[in-house]
Ligand binder design. Sequence first.
Ligand SMILES: [Zn+2]
Length: 276
Amino acid sequence: MSQIVSPCGNGRVGQLGSGLMRQLADLSMPEVSRRLTDESVIVLPVGAVEAHGPHLPLATDLIVATAAVDALMTRFGDEHDLWALPPLAFTKSNEHAWAPGTVWLSARTMLAVLDDIGRSLLTAPTRTLVFVNAHGGNSALLQVACRDLRLAHGLRTFLAHPFKDTGRPSELGMGIHGGHDETSILLHLRGDLVDMAKAVPNVPSALAENRFVKWGGAVSFGWLSNDFGPTGVIGDPLGANAEHGAALWKTIIDELGAAMAEVRRFPNNAAVSPSG
Ligand SMILES: [Zn+2]
């Protein structure tokens, strides 16, 4: 089992100097100006510390985001001039606010944090920021932040999602939280933190009958994870396995790397005056 992140999944600080590649915070101040250019791409792993049912650790999304960015740096960092920031651990997890262990930021706080991070980067030569987000509850807000950072600070901004939910038939397309694929990926990355004996399926199958009101439907809804049962799981983790996780992971990293090529040549031509 590869030990990609520290046992509590709490970021990179304890591992600085451990050989992880292209970690921006490993550089000294002069090195930032010397090694980065306006072609460099800053990548921010966006995780979460939130309930993931009885079988997965709170740090699941943090582990996934951090491991994805570490792998991206190792395989594609030199090719695309990528630099990883330390991960954002606490994010917008208020759909799990009811659950012990969840630590979450309000939308207002998180937007302010993202704005501060974007503004701070203006002292470095780079003008490109990519969020690699492993928590679906952040997606809408990160899309807002991408545009706001573009306008306010002139940054070229992008949002990438490493998680690929192919799911299994029993999930009816709703393996969105603690389900088969996410559990398989955790078994691959940090199997020591997964307790399959506690894995229980929970699929809100009535939603699958709906034409409009469903995930991905024309009518979305403000949901809390305990709207669908006391575990907060939405999906079917039974049958999850590390081999499936490893295969998914390879595809995820391959595609993230390929996406970075398109990020680098994306035309952001509008003249924007950074607010500084
Ligand atoms: Zn998750």
